[in-house]
Design a protein around this ligand. Sequence first.
Ligand SMILES: Cc1cc2nc3c(=O)[nH]c(=O)nc-3n(C[C@H](O)[C@H](O)[C@H](O)COP(=O)(O)O)c2cc1C
Length: 158
Amino acid sequence: MRTLIVYMTHHGTTEKVVEKLTELLGKSTTEVVNLEFDAVPDLSRYNTLIIGGSIHVGQIQLGIKQFCRDYKQELLKKKLGLFICYMNKEQGKQEFENAFPKELRERAHASGLFGGEFLFEKMNFLERFIVRMVTSEKKTTSAINYPAIAKFAASFVV
Ligand SMILES: Cc1cc2nc3c(=O)[nH]c(=O)nc-3n(C[C@H](O)[C@H](O)[C@H](O)COP(=O)(O)O)c2cc1C
C-alpha cells in the first residue's frame, strides 16, 4: 500500500507534522509532496492520500484548496486523510470545515486537528503584529497534538 502526503506550510510546523506522520506510516511506503515546490505525481500510484495545511487568518493555503478542487474526483476514490495545523482552539472545527470541500470531508477515512505552534522568530513584522493582536501569546509556543497524530496514523496502518 503506497501513501502520498500532500501539504503546504508557512513556518515549518505542518512539515514537522508530516515528518512525524511519515515515520509512523512507514518511510519506505510513504512519499511526500510540498505543493509550493514539488510537482503533483500520478495519483493512480497511491492507495492512500493525506492532505494537510495550516490556518492563517482563518484560511488554509490556497494551493491546498486548489489541489482539492483539481483532483476531487480522483481523491474520492482513495483512502483519504485530511488535517490542519492551527492555534485557535475555539475555531478549529470550523476552520477544518472551511479548509476542505464537504464531499472530501464526508468521504475521509480520518480527520486530524493537530494543533500547531507560534514561531515568533520565523514571523515577519505583520505576522507578529497579527498574532499579538488576536492572542495573548508573546513568545514562541508549541502546542502540537502528538497523540492526535498517532491516532490518525494508526487508523491507516492495517
Ligand atoms: C499571521 C498568523 C495568522 C494565524 N491565523 C490563525 C487563524 O486564523 N486561526 C488559527 O487557528 N491559527 C492561526 N495561526 C496559527 C497557525 O495556524 C500556526 O502557527 C501553525 O502552526 C502554522 O503552521 P505552518 O508553520 O505549517 O504554517 C496563525 C499564525 C500566524 C503566524
